[in-house]
Write a protein that binds this ligand. Structure first.
Ligand code: HEC
Ligand code: HEC
Length: 277
Protein backbone atom coordinates (compact mmCIF):
# COMPACT_ATOMS: atom_id res chain seq x y z
CA UNK A 1 0.00 0.00 0.00
CA UNK A 2 2.78 2.39 1.07
CA UNK A 3 4.75 1.25 -1.92
CA UNK A 4 1.83 1.93 -4.18
CA UNK A 5 1.32 5.38 -2.69
CA UNK A 6 4.92 6.18 -3.17
CA UNK A 7 4.74 5.05 -6.76
CA UNK A 8 1.68 7.15 -7.30
CA UNK A 9 3.53 10.08 -5.77
CA UNK A 10 6.39 9.59 -8.19
CA UNK A 11 4.08 9.39 -11.14
CA UNK A 12 2.36 12.56 -9.98
CA UNK A 13 5.67 14.31 -9.52
CA UNK A 14 7.02 13.33 -12.89
CA UNK A 15 3.73 14.24 -14.55
CA UNK A 16 3.87 17.61 -12.85
CA UNK A 17 7.47 18.06 -13.87
CA UNK A 18 6.63 17.14 -17.43
CA UNK A 19 3.68 19.55 -17.56
CA UNK A 20 5.75 22.35 -16.08
CA UNK A 21 8.45 21.64 -18.63
CA UNK A 22 5.88 21.74 -21.37
CA UNK A 23 4.38 24.99 -20.13
CA UNK A 24 7.85 26.48 -19.96
CA UNK A 25 8.66 25.27 -23.43
CA UNK A 26 5.41 26.58 -24.83
CA UNK A 27 5.91 29.94 -23.17
CA UNK A 28 9.31 30.20 -24.75
CA UNK A 29 8.11 28.96 -28.08
CA UNK A 30 5.24 31.40 -27.97
CA UNK A 31 7.68 34.18 -27.23
CA UNK A 32 10.25 33.32 -29.82
CA UNK A 33 8.06 31.96 -32.54
CA UNK A 34 4.59 33.37 -32.18
CA UNK A 35 3.53 31.81 -35.47
CA UNK A 36 3.84 28.32 -34.01
CA UNK A 37 0.95 28.99 -31.72
CA UNK A 38 -0.84 31.19 -34.20
CA UNK A 39 -1.42 33.84 -31.56
CA UNK A 40 0.35 36.97 -30.49
CA UNK A 41 2.56 36.28 -27.48
CA UNK A 42 1.01 37.43 -24.22
CA UNK A 43 4.32 38.57 -22.85
CA UNK A 44 6.40 40.38 -25.44
CA UNK A 45 9.62 40.27 -23.45
CA UNK A 46 11.82 37.60 -24.93
CA UNK A 47 14.15 36.04 -22.42
CA UNK A 48 16.54 34.15 -24.60
CA UNK A 49 18.75 33.63 -21.58
CA UNK A 50 16.18 31.09 -20.41
CA UNK A 51 16.43 29.06 -23.60
CA UNK A 52 18.47 25.92 -23.07
CA UNK A 53 19.75 23.55 -25.72
CA UNK A 54 17.32 20.92 -24.40
CA UNK A 55 14.33 23.12 -25.04
CA UNK A 56 15.73 24.18 -28.41
CA UNK A 57 15.99 20.49 -29.33
CA UNK A 58 12.39 19.92 -28.17
CA UNK A 59 11.31 22.86 -30.27
CA UNK A 60 13.06 21.21 -33.23
CA UNK A 61 11.14 18.00 -32.64
CA UNK A 62 7.83 19.88 -32.43
CA UNK A 63 8.61 21.59 -35.71
CA UNK A 64 9.68 18.30 -37.29
CA UNK A 65 6.40 16.62 -36.42
CA UNK A 66 4.20 19.69 -36.78
CA UNK A 67 4.68 22.88 -38.75
CA UNK A 68 7.63 21.50 -40.74
CA UNK A 69 5.42 18.62 -42.02
CA UNK A 70 8.59 16.47 -42.21
CA UNK A 71 6.80 13.34 -40.93
CA UNK A 72 4.30 13.56 -43.81
CA UNK A 73 7.05 12.08 -46.00
CA UNK A 74 9.78 10.98 -43.61
CA UNK A 75 8.09 7.95 -42.08
CA UNK A 76 8.15 4.20 -42.57
CA UNK A 77 6.14 4.20 -45.82
CA UNK A 78 9.19 4.25 -48.03
CA UNK A 79 8.55 7.43 -50.03
CA UNK A 80 11.42 9.26 -48.33
CA UNK A 81 14.33 8.11 -46.16
CA UNK A 82 13.04 7.31 -42.67
CA UNK A 83 15.26 9.90 -41.03
CA UNK A 84 13.63 9.51 -37.61
CA UNK A 85 14.88 5.93 -37.49
CA UNK A 86 18.15 6.40 -39.41
CA UNK A 87 21.20 7.71 -37.59
CA UNK A 88 21.46 11.05 -39.37
CA UNK A 89 24.87 11.90 -37.97
CA UNK A 90 26.41 8.80 -39.55
CA UNK A 91 24.22 9.09 -42.65
CA UNK A 92 25.33 12.68 -43.25
CA UNK A 93 28.99 11.67 -43.15
CA UNK A 94 28.31 8.84 -45.60
CA UNK A 95 26.52 11.23 -47.99
CA UNK A 96 29.46 13.65 -47.89
CA UNK A 97 31.90 10.95 -48.95
CA UNK A 98 29.58 9.62 -51.70
CA UNK A 99 31.11 10.19 -55.14
CA UNK A 100 27.75 11.61 -56.27
CA UNK A 101 27.94 14.35 -53.66
CA UNK A 102 28.56 17.71 -55.38
CA UNK A 103 27.27 20.09 -52.73
CA UNK A 104 29.12 22.58 -50.59
CA UNK A 105 28.74 21.04 -47.14
CA UNK A 106 31.75 19.88 -45.15
CA UNK A 107 30.15 18.66 -41.93
CA UNK A 108 26.98 17.06 -40.57
CA UNK A 109 25.32 20.33 -39.65
CA UNK A 110 25.93 21.82 -43.08
CA UNK A 111 24.72 18.65 -44.83
CA UNK A 112 21.47 18.65 -42.87
CA UNK A 113 20.91 22.35 -43.56
CA UNK A 114 21.66 21.89 -47.25
CA UNK A 115 19.23 18.94 -47.44
CA UNK A 116 16.50 21.29 -46.28
CA UNK A 117 17.23 24.48 -48.21
CA UNK A 118 18.61 22.95 -51.41
CA UNK A 119 17.00 19.50 -51.61
CA UNK A 120 18.05 18.90 -55.21
CA UNK A 121 21.71 19.64 -54.40
CA UNK A 122 22.12 15.97 -53.52
CA UNK A 123 19.32 13.48 -54.10
CA UNK A 124 19.38 10.22 -52.15
CA UNK A 125 19.57 7.41 -54.73
CA UNK A 126 16.13 6.13 -55.87
CA UNK A 127 14.24 8.94 -54.11
CA UNK A 128 14.37 11.50 -56.94
CA UNK A 129 11.34 12.76 -58.83
CA UNK A 130 9.98 10.28 -61.34
CA UNK A 131 11.97 10.43 -64.57
CA UNK A 132 14.62 12.80 -63.18
CA UNK A 133 17.21 10.04 -62.73
CA UNK A 134 17.77 11.25 -59.15
CA UNK A 135 18.69 14.77 -60.15
CA UNK A 136 15.55 16.43 -58.77
CA UNK A 137 14.24 16.00 -55.23
CA UNK A 138 10.49 15.86 -54.53
CA UNK A 139 11.18 17.45 -51.15
CA UNK A 140 9.98 21.05 -50.72
CA UNK A 141 12.57 23.76 -50.04
CA UNK A 142 11.77 24.39 -46.40
CA UNK A 143 12.59 28.09 -46.22
CA UNK A 144 10.28 28.90 -49.17
CA UNK A 145 6.49 28.86 -49.43
CA UNK A 146 4.48 27.00 -48.33
CA UNK A 147 6.65 25.91 -45.38
CA UNK A 148 8.55 29.18 -44.90
CA UNK A 149 10.65 27.94 -41.98
CA UNK A 150 12.90 30.62 -40.51
CA UNK A 151 16.67 30.17 -40.01
CA UNK A 152 16.08 29.66 -36.28
CA UNK A 153 13.44 27.01 -36.93
CA UNK A 154 15.81 25.24 -39.32
CA UNK A 155 18.57 25.38 -36.68
CA UNK A 156 16.19 23.89 -34.10
CA UNK A 157 15.38 21.00 -36.45
CA UNK A 158 19.09 20.38 -37.07
CA UNK A 159 19.68 20.42 -33.29
CA UNK A 160 16.90 17.83 -32.93
CA UNK A 161 18.38 15.56 -35.62
CA UNK A 162 21.89 15.78 -34.17
CA UNK A 163 20.68 15.21 -30.66
CA UNK A 164 18.38 12.26 -31.37
CA UNK A 165 21.34 10.32 -32.73
CA UNK A 166 23.65 11.14 -29.87
CA UNK A 167 25.76 13.47 -31.94
CA UNK A 168 27.18 16.73 -30.69
CA UNK A 169 24.72 19.55 -31.25
CA UNK A 170 26.77 22.07 -33.17
CA UNK A 171 24.14 24.70 -34.01
CA UNK A 172 24.25 27.77 -31.82
CA UNK A 173 21.31 28.83 -29.69
CA UNK A 174 19.64 31.92 -31.14
CA UNK A 175 21.05 35.03 -29.54
CA UNK A 176 18.64 37.49 -31.01
CA UNK A 177 14.90 37.38 -31.13
CA UNK A 178 13.89 37.05 -34.76
CA UNK A 179 11.77 39.86 -36.12
CA UNK A 180 8.26 38.78 -35.24
CA UNK A 181 7.33 37.16 -38.49
CA UNK A 182 4.00 38.32 -39.75
CA UNK A 183 1.54 35.51 -40.00
CA UNK A 184 2.16 34.61 -43.64
CA UNK A 185 -0.79 34.90 -45.96
CA UNK A 186 -0.47 31.15 -46.15
CA UNK A 187 -1.19 30.73 -42.47
CA UNK A 188 0.97 28.02 -40.97
CA UNK A 189 -0.21 28.64 -37.44
CA UNK A 190 -2.82 26.76 -35.50
CA UNK A 191 -5.49 29.38 -36.09
CA UNK A 192 -8.25 28.29 -38.49
CA UNK A 193 -7.38 29.20 -42.06
CA UNK A 194 -9.53 31.86 -43.65
CA UNK A 195 -9.39 30.76 -47.27
CA UNK A 196 -9.00 27.58 -49.26
CA UNK A 197 -5.48 28.62 -50.28
CA UNK A 198 -4.51 29.23 -46.65
CA UNK A 199 -5.93 25.87 -45.58
CA UNK A 200 -4.02 24.08 -48.36
CA UNK A 201 -0.82 25.76 -47.15
CA UNK A 202 -1.57 25.10 -43.48
CA UNK A 203 -2.02 21.38 -44.04
CA UNK A 204 0.88 20.99 -46.46
CA UNK A 205 -1.25 19.56 -49.31
CA UNK A 206 1.12 21.03 -51.94
CA UNK A 207 4.00 19.02 -50.50
CA UNK A 208 2.45 16.08 -52.36
CA UNK A 209 -0.05 17.51 -54.86
CA UNK A 210 0.24 19.88 -57.78
CA UNK A 211 -2.46 22.47 -57.00
CA UNK A 212 -2.97 25.68 -59.02
CA UNK A 213 0.26 24.99 -60.88
CA UNK A 214 2.67 24.39 -58.00
CA UNK A 215 3.51 21.58 -55.65
CA UNK A 216 4.93 18.09 -55.41
CA UNK A 217 4.19 14.84 -57.16
CA UNK A 218 3.97 12.19 -54.44
CA UNK A 219 0.19 12.33 -54.86
CA UNK A 220 -2.03 12.85 -57.92
CA UNK A 221 -1.91 16.16 -59.80
CA UNK A 222 -5.05 17.95 -58.64
CA UNK A 223 -5.30 20.25 -61.69
CA UNK A 224 -8.65 19.53 -63.28
CA UNK A 225 -9.68 17.27 -60.40
CA UNK A 226 -13.22 18.71 -60.55
CA UNK A 227 -13.72 16.85 -63.83
CA UNK A 228 -13.23 13.57 -61.99
CA UNK A 229 -14.56 14.05 -58.47
CA UNK A 230 -17.64 15.87 -57.16
CA UNK A 231 -17.85 17.71 -53.85
CA UNK A 232 -18.79 14.63 -51.88
CA UNK A 233 -16.04 12.48 -53.40
CA UNK A 234 -13.49 15.23 -52.80
CA UNK A 235 -14.54 15.47 -49.19
CA UNK A 236 -14.16 11.72 -48.81
CA UNK A 237 -10.77 11.76 -50.56
CA UNK A 238 -9.57 14.20 -47.89
CA UNK A 239 -11.21 12.77 -44.78
CA UNK A 240 -10.99 9.05 -45.63
CA UNK A 241 -8.08 8.82 -48.07
CA UNK A 242 -7.97 5.05 -47.95
CA UNK A 243 -11.62 4.57 -48.93
CA UNK A 244 -10.79 4.99 -52.63
CA UNK A 245 -7.19 4.93 -53.85
CA UNK A 246 -6.29 7.00 -56.91
CA UNK A 247 -4.97 4.69 -59.62
CA UNK A 248 -1.21 4.25 -59.66
CA UNK A 249 -0.64 5.65 -56.16
CA UNK A 250 0.36 3.98 -52.93
CA UNK A 251 -2.15 3.25 -50.19
CA UNK A 252 -1.49 4.92 -46.88
CA UNK A 253 0.71 7.75 -48.07
CA UNK A 254 -1.89 10.48 -47.81
CA UNK A 255 -2.27 11.38 -44.12
CA UNK A 256 -5.47 9.99 -42.59
CA UNK A 257 -5.89 12.52 -39.81
CA UNK A 258 -7.16 15.55 -41.73
CA UNK A 259 -10.71 14.74 -40.58
CA UNK A 260 -9.62 15.35 -36.98
CA UNK A 261 -7.42 18.32 -37.67
CA UNK A 262 -9.44 20.42 -40.11
CA UNK A 263 -12.33 22.57 -39.06
CA UNK A 264 -15.60 22.10 -40.95
CA UNK A 265 -15.17 25.43 -42.68
CA UNK A 266 -11.56 24.67 -43.67
CA UNK A 267 -12.69 21.42 -45.26
CA UNK A 268 -15.49 23.19 -47.11
CA UNK A 269 -13.14 25.91 -48.41
CA UNK A 270 -10.62 23.33 -49.60
CA UNK A 271 -13.32 21.34 -51.40
CA UNK A 272 -14.67 24.55 -53.00
CA UNK A 273 -11.16 25.46 -54.14
CA UNK A 274 -10.59 21.99 -55.62
CA UNK A 275 -13.94 22.20 -57.42
CA UNK A 276 -12.54 25.19 -59.31
CA UNK A 277 -9.36 23.36 -60.38
C1 HEC B 1 6.98 15.98 -49.67
C2 HEC B 1 7.81 15.07 -48.98
C3 HEC B 1 8.91 15.59 -48.04
C4 HEC B 1 8.78 16.51 -47.01
C5 HEC B 1 7.53 17.26 -46.57
C6 HEC B 1 10.08 16.62 -46.40
N1 HEC B 1 10.98 15.81 -47.04
FE1 HEC B 1 12.96 15.56 -46.59
N2 HEC B 1 13.19 14.34 -48.20
C7 HEC B 1 12.15 13.87 -49.00
C8 HEC B 1 12.70 12.96 -49.98
C9 HEC B 1 11.90 12.22 -51.04
C10 HEC B 1 14.10 12.88 -49.72
C11 HEC B 1 15.12 12.04 -50.50
C12 HEC B 1 15.55 12.77 -51.75
C13 HEC B 1 16.55 13.84 -51.45
O1 HEC B 1 17.70 13.48 -51.14
O2 HEC B 1 16.21 15.03 -51.51
C14 HEC B 1 14.36 13.77 -48.60
C15 HEC B 1 15.62 13.96 -48.04
C16 HEC B 1 15.85 14.57 -46.82
C17 HEC B 1 17.10 14.57 -46.11
C18 HEC B 1 18.37 13.86 -46.54
C19 HEC B 1 18.24 12.42 -46.11
C20 HEC B 1 19.41 11.54 -46.39
O3 HEC B 1 19.25 10.32 -46.22
O4 HEC B 1 20.48 12.02 -46.77
C21 HEC B 1 16.92 15.29 -44.95
C22 HEC B 1 17.94 15.57 -43.87
C23 HEC B 1 15.54 15.74 -44.95
N3 HEC B 1 14.92 15.29 -46.10
C24 HEC B 1 14.98 16.50 -43.95
C25 HEC B 1 13.66 16.95 -43.98
C26 HEC B 1 13.11 17.80 -42.95
C27 HEC B 1 13.83 18.24 -41.70
C28 HEC B 1 11.82 18.08 -43.33
C29 HEC B 1 10.80 18.96 -42.63
C30 HEC B 1 11.23 20.31 -42.35
C31 HEC B 1 11.57 17.39 -44.60
N4 HEC B 1 12.71 16.72 -44.96
C32 HEC B 1 10.37 17.42 -45.31
C33 HEC B 1 10.83 14.22 -48.92
C34 HEC B 1 10.29 15.16 -48.04
C1 HEC C 1 2.23 12.99 -47.85
C2 HEC C 1 1.60 13.21 -49.11
C3 HEC C 1 0.17 13.78 -49.15
C4 HEC C 1 -0.33 14.89 -48.51
C5 HEC C 1 0.37 15.79 -47.50
C6 HEC C 1 -1.69 15.06 -48.99
N1 HEC C 1 -1.98 14.08 -49.89
FE1 HEC C 1 -3.71 13.90 -50.93
N2 HEC C 1 -3.06 12.15 -51.73
C7 HEC C 1 -1.79 11.62 -51.58
C8 HEC C 1 -1.69 10.36 -52.33
C9 HEC C 1 -0.48 9.47 -52.42
C10 HEC C 1 -2.94 10.17 -52.92
C11 HEC C 1 -3.35 8.98 -53.81
C12 HEC C 1 -3.73 7.79 -52.98
C13 HEC C 1 -5.08 7.95 -52.39
O1 HEC C 1 -6.04 8.14 -53.17
O2 HEC C 1 -5.20 7.90 -51.16
C14 HEC C 1 -3.79 11.32 -52.54
C15 HEC C 1 -5.09 11.51 -52.96
C16 HEC C 1 -5.80 12.71 -52.83
C17 HEC C 1 -7.03 13.03 -53.50
C18 HEC C 1 -7.76 12.13 -54.49
C19 HEC C 1 -7.15 12.42 -55.86
C20 HEC C 1 -7.69 11.57 -56.97
O3 HEC C 1 -7.16 11.76 -58.08
O4 HEC C 1 -8.56 10.74 -56.75
C21 HEC C 1 -7.41 14.29 -53.10
C22 HEC C 1 -8.62 15.09 -53.54
C23 HEC C 1 -6.40 14.76 -52.17
N3 HEC C 1 -5.42 13.78 -52.02
C24 HEC C 1 -6.42 15.98 -51.53
C25 HEC C 1 -5.51 16.36 -50.56
C26 HEC C 1 -5.63 17.55 -49.76
C27 HEC C 1 -6.76 18.58 -49.88
C28 HEC C 1 -4.56 17.57 -48.90
C29 HEC C 1 -4.27 18.57 -47.80
C30 HEC C 1 -5.35 18.80 -46.87
C31 HEC C 1 -3.74 16.40 -49.20
N4 HEC C 1 -4.36 15.69 -50.20
C32 HEC C 1 -2.54 16.09 -48.58
C33 HEC C 1 -0.77 12.17 -50.85
C34 HEC C 1 -0.89 13.28 -50.01
Amino acid sequence: MMERNRQRGNVLLSTLGFSLGLILLFTMVANILPQVEGEAPVDSEVDLGALTMDSFVSLGEELFRGKGTCTLCHNNLGRAPDILVMNMVDTSSERLSDTRYQGGAADVEAYLRESMIDPSGYVVASFGKKGSDDTESPMPTVNKAPLNLSDIEIDAIIAFMQSKDGGEVTVALPTEAPAVAEESAAGGGAAPAESGEAAIAKYGCSACHLISGSGGDLGPDLSGIAARLDAQQLQQAITEPNAVIAEGFAVGLMPTDFANKMTVSELKMVVDLLLKQ
